[in-house]
Ligand binder design. Structure first.
Ligand code: NAD
Length: 247
């Protein structure tokens, strides 16, 4: 089922974890993919996997929080690819710490990557979306942006901010045939979550009615749905994919 045949998608944080799964899922669905990551080796490897599937792939090493670099990269991507149909703002980081110990640098790093990065990337491709009268913007937030979490005030603020940002963009661009939606993953097994203590994992598990953590593939399937034709009348929504953790 090639629901993204002849589409071009840009995925940030595509070097590993959820972003890699989305990039590969889109390629399986027929899309050509621009794989963005800070780490050139990782995005190169994922791009090679996509080429092996018979699709085009463009690896781009980029820090999404660097305004000048994003502007330049977007111009080059549009020139090289001709157009972009789907943008997935997935790149994200954590710098956890209880509020009283959280320092300014930890706050800034998380806000700059997670929230400003999505703003810069979305702004950089919006003119092209408006011109072609179509585009899909997908933003990866988190259930933590909906319910908060001790030790993650910076991360929760960035992820809640992404929801307000995306809903505003959805309202601004709906009349141009552009949709903007949010995926709020629950606890997904990736490198980001593998660092957490067994004790914390056990506590989280007790809060998940389905009794298990999610997989990167389950988030990628939600992204494929929002990028594909079946979601054409859906915009400004938060799709929570969390085994029932938040309901
Ligand atoms: P990950 O750490 O495995 O991957 C994150 C990717 O983002 C990496 O490829 C990294 O290089 C890239 N990245 C980080 N900062 C960047 C920057 N400034 N510029 C460009 N690329 C950058 O994380 P993951 O678990 O796959 O998470 C992906 C997204 O999903 C994040 O936004 C995260 O907050 C969100 N999320 C994850 C979970 C989870 O349980 N894993 C749950 C909810 C939300």
């Amino acid at each position: 089922m090639d629901s993204l045949a002849s589409q071009i998608a840009v995925v940030t944080g595509a070097g590993r974890g959820i972003g890699r799964a989305i990039a590969l899922k889109f390629a399986h669905a027929g899309a050509d993919v621009v794989c963005i990551s800070r780490n050139p080796d990782n995005c190169g490897k994922v791009a090679a996997e996509i080429v092996a599937l018979g699709r085009h792939a463009w690896p781009v090493a980029l820090d999404v929080s660097d305004a000048g670099a994003v502007e330049a990269a977007a111009g080059k991507i549009l020139a090289d690819c001709g157009r972009v149909d789907v943008l997935v703002n997935n790149a994200g980081v954590t710098r956890d710490g209880l509020l009283m110990r959280l320092d300014e640098a930890e706050w800034d790093t998380v806000m700059d990557t997670n929230l400003k990065g999505a703003f810069l990337m979305t702004k950089a491709f919006t003119r092209a979306f408006v011109k072609q009268r179509g585009g899909r913007i997908i933003v990866i937030s988190s259930v933590i942006g909906l319910i908060g979490n001790p030790g993650q005030a910076n991360y929760a603020a960035s992820k809640a901010g992404l929801i307000g940002f995306t809903k505003s963009v959805a309202r601004e661009l709906a009349s141009r045939g552009i949709t903007a939606n949010i995926i709020a993953p629950g606890f997904i097994e990736t490198d980001m979550t593998s660092e957490l203590s067994e004790e914390l994992k056990a506590t989280v598990l007790r809060q998940i009615p389905m009794g298990r953590f999610g997989s990167v593939d389950e988030i990628a399937e939600a992204a494929l749905f929002l990028a594909g034709p079946a979601a054409r009348y859906i915009t400004g929504q938060v799709l929570t994919v969390d085994g029932g953790m938040v309901m």
